[in-house]
Design a protein around this ligand. Sequence first.
Ligand code: COA
Length: 488
Amino acid sequence: MEMLGEARLAAPREQVWMALNDPQVLQASIPGCESLQGSGDDAFQASVVSSIGPIKARFAGRLSLSNVQAPRSYTLRAEGAGGAAGFARADIEVSLEAVEPRLTLLRYKVQATVGGKLAQLGSRMVDAAARKSAEDFFARFGAQVAALAGAGPQPAPAAPDLQALAGAPAAIGGATGGTDGQAAPPPAAGARAAAGPVAASPEEVAGVLASEHIQVWIADHIALVTLNRPRSRNAMTLAMWRSMPAIMAALERNREVRAVLLCGAGGDFCAGADISEFAQVRDDTAQAHAYELAVDACCDAIAGLAKPTVAVLRGYCLGGGAHLAMSCDLRFAAADAVFGIPAARLSIIYGVHGTRRLLALVGLAQAKKILFGAQRFDAEEALRIGFVDQVAGAGAPARGSWWSRWRGRAAPRADVMTQARDFARTLADNAPLSIAGAKALLNGMAMGLGALDAGRADALIAAASASEDYREGRAAFAQKRAPRFQGR
Ligand code: COA
């Protein structure tokens, strides 16, 4: 029999990985486990009392680990003999996805077989017992991890260290919350050249380091950029608008990063510009002009990143927040997301760049409806008009837990962050030069502001055709394996 399932654990991936390798945690998680001791070489000896239908037996057995990819995945083989009852064996493939700094998605696949008297019980009874054991195990394991995470030190939110972000990958983990110690791929040289990133000035770096309102966390080649003013629904201050270009420049230069997710802390993406500081920073015409330049510089920096970007939209996404979202390549929304551009309620005109992006996304009539009406619209409407590309729960694969399917309930859908990360992993695996080139061409065509330089487009296409990755892609196809792209 085969079972699939997943569990969301409120702990960093490293902590979950340690728990998965800790004999004490495993013993406390395995139902009926009387003893479990390490026997070297990723193996444990165990004694487990288990009831399968009418048969109750003590199984003496062995747990062994294989395919160990710390801290991401392993296969756990559990095999035990229960004397006259027969034997049971299960191969459990476990993988850990670092969704957020303190949120890990554990996915598992179990293949189980029984023999002897147990096999005579019938597959339905054996399946039910195996499912119950897996359910109990992961419920107990989740509780163990929660207890460990609660007991451990809580990392203070940190402002991004741009020098570390932009520098050697090894330095990133300490500064931004962890790279999980994975090997960094070689530089995406072509991608960097395509974007022509500007170096962050010392003032910019100082400005960002002084702020805790935009956080950056990198894992599995994906940078998660979080707007972090949840009590103000992540409303953007002038300082935040100004600090984003330096962050994007640093991510552009960072070899580790292959894709970027932009999200908001708490339940919202962003309620737009911080109106409460308008009296100080956006009062007269000159200030308003400078303010708009800062907004455009921020959004252009996001749009101009040669690496693919996905906005993860939960709760409110209004005004300047909508501009941030539109500056990303793709927008994944939660079903509860609420959109709107209330400029006509504040008597301001949405900027040229934001208006252009809106027009490119939704077309003339919808852009007028949104701007003139200044009304809010929901995720379903946003998907219908093309403002967002995917809504969690709408059109997403039903990858629910096995017990919900087993009990015939509607399968839960992956949440928006998990969907976005899954997609970002695909982006991170694809050829960086190809994505950077397609992005430059599409954005240039969509913006229509002379942003697409025909000579540059030709140069990008020629560089991709001459790249090592082009040869690698063809070789991988011929050898029927996944390509390993280097970005050059
Ligand atoms: N600027 C500054 N502060 C904002 C803000 C913004 N754009 N959006 C929300 N906040 C603050 C609120 O002032 C409030 O602060 P307080 O607790 O100190 O009073 C806090 O965030 C929570 O918002 P609140 O209005 O109490 O929540 P709500 O659920 O009733 O409404 C919104 C949420 C987002 C609909 C509402 O706050 C709103 O309309 N904000 C302005 C949106 C806007 O016009 N954006 C475009 C700006 S160009």
